[in-house]
Unconditional design. Structure first.
Length: 212
């Protein structure tokens, strides 16, 4: 179980910083779960980028997830795929990708989370917890309490996403989030911020275990 889920996004990439630089910095900070998400480039560019990212992550022993595109995940031998609510059904994805491939699903409420689990998802992304600036079509924020409601119904890992800042971590962990996704909040110094977030989450979870 990884405490921090790193997702690539244009907000992390400046003129002098490529997606490879971004991922390299995230790995340097301790990220071990990387999702390649790119809604802008052509399919050919996506393939070339994903192929290079697969080489980088494989070398470092890091898990690589491809957003949405099952064929791209297959083409580069990624570790898994992340699906949205309007993407291909989980059952079909599982048939194409095989039992050992990781399948994650974006969810926004208890029913979607329970359905994702029942259909065979390995984890869910849950949110947006707060208002987010990285997705123009984001759903209405669900709030921290919704995490507890979902975790009372499912046993697969839940990654909280959407507008998350470092000061939210204690409440998110207390609510039951297994890990978090942050994009804008870690953009300035990626390696330093990722390392700090991971350390904070690990300390919070260790404290919770000692109390239980």
């Amino acid at each position: 179980m990884f405490p921090f889920y790193f997702v690539t996004d244009p907000v992390l990439e400046r003129a002098s910083l490529s997606v490879f630089d971004v991922v390299r910095q995230a790995i340097a900070g301790g990220a071990r779960l990387i999702q390649y998400r790119d809604k802008i480039n052509t399919r050919h560019v996506l393939y070339e980028n994903a192929k290079t990212l697969r080489e980088m992550t494989a070398k470092e022993g890091v898990t690589l997830i491809i957003n949405d595109q099952i064929d791209l995940a297959l083409a580069v031998s990624a570790d898994g795929v992340h699906l949205g609510q309007t993407d291909i059904p989980i059952a079909v994805a599982r048939k194409l990708l095989g039992k050992s491939t990781i399948i994650g699903v974006s969810t926004h409420g208890v029913e979607e989370a329970m359905r994702a689990q029942s259909e065979g998802a390995d984890y869910i992304g849950f949110g947006p917890i707060f208002q987010t600036q990285t997705k123009s079509n984001a759903s209405v924020p669900v709030g921290i309490d919704a995490i507890t409601a979902v975790k009372n119904k499912i046993h697969i890992p839940l990654y909280a996403i959407g507008g998350i800042e470092k000061h939210h971590l204690p409440d998110l962990c207390s609510a039951g989030a297994d890990g978090v996704v942050a994009i804008s909040s870690i953009a300035e110094e990626i390696a330093v911020n990722v390392a700090a977030w991971i350390e904070t989450i690990q300390k919070l979870k260790a404290h919770a275990i000692r109390k239980s």
